[in-house]
Design a binder for this molecule. Sequence first.
Ligand code: BES
Ligand code: MN
Ligand code: ZN
Length: 454
Amino acid sequence: MGVAAEVDRVLDGTKSRTGGVARVFLQGRPSRMLIVGADDHDADDETKLAEFRRDARAAAMAVAGLDVADATLCVDDFDAGGADGYWKTRTALAAISHAAYRFTPYKSTKPAAPKLRRVAVLSRQRAKIRQAVGHSQALDDGLTLAKDLGNQPPNVCNPSFLAREARRLSRGIGNVTTTVLDEKKMAELGMGAFLSVTRGSATPGKMIIVNYNGGNRGDKPVVLIGKGITFDTGGINIKSSAGMDEMKWDMCGAASVLGAMKAAIAAQLPVNLIVVAAAAENMPGSRASRPSDIVTTMSGQTVEIMNTDAEGRLVLCDALTYAKRFKPAAVVDIATLTGAQVVALGSQASALYANDDDLANSLASAGDETGDRMWRMPLWDDYQSALDSAFADMKNVGGGRAAGSIVAACFLSRFAKDFPWAHLDIAGSAYVGGKGSTGRPLPALFEFLVNVAS
Ligand code: BES
Ligand code: MN
Ligand code: ZN
């Protein structure tokens, strides 16, 4: 390496004590070096991990802003609260992939995109780092798919579009198959709840299943189910106009499970994984469901639809019943399910519900590892009575605004009695209104799958 010349300018963080990135010009190759300012204060490990994450983001933003195609990452000697090289590499590469993401297919004049094409990692721990790079690359592939699907406008990204994207995942790959159930098939299966949601739309609903046999034959699969409402008007209980555009992101659960599939395939994870995207559009119309309609779910339980805007749980309950046939090791559903989740936890954490403590703990720690947080919420029976109906086995909503995210989870729990199950309400974490998809909770889901595989 050439002689360090002068510091050009501090790109970021001059006001804060840490998180600063300085750019240094060198003679020869490489020609530039970014030095990330770490703080050597006495902090607990968790603080140091958070600081590393923050510093990695600052450095990644700086790299993505440079006019360079190649970069080399050196994290071996960076103290991050005892974190190993694998974690530091994963975290730094995740930051770069975040900083470099753009979605511009509909811009006639493309804004300048980051030039960065290749990131090398300089390390003394070859094998571990090779694995970290492989996992990072696979997750980046999955996240790009998940974010792109979320950001697509709803006139393009409808249930059939998601089905085509799912078919692409299995094309030419021997151990991956895609199955798409159309409305006729769903009627035969008795999916009356799902079908009640899609009735008002001219665009037919699809139940999309992708099956990846990466593990041993006979190993029970992990099943991930995603809410795929490609646009949620609310139906006859129509939403107010303010912010309705954000309901194009109501398929982010489906996007995250398709992204998880893409990442698992790319990483060749030794797991059996099945993802299900419950894809439908929730529209008002002369054929749409009415408040007080009663439908029979695939499970046989009847539901009085008191609010057509509580449609996510209606498509998900039939997907949960369908998942039983896979004899799953665990089922996790992911859904932008309630505004109440945003009130409770904001965008910082997804709400986690589970009928199984081990599953809940595995998911929560995968969230902590990746900075893709989730927080466990109660599923106590005390909340179930909110769903009592005078005319059917249950209503699809509780009486009022109290505990909306919990009551929605209670509804789903009635369809998940036969397997370890968790539910992630990601209404606040899946996207940033007016900006774009975050891809969450895919980082945590991928970490969870990596841990299941090992
Ligand atoms: N897709 C919405 C939830 C949502 C709200 C996601 C805000 C992202 C941001 C869901 O289908 C919905 O409309 N939920 C209702 C449920 C209510 C009718 C019980 C809600 O949260 O208001
Ligand atoms: Mn809704
Ligand atoms: Zn919705």
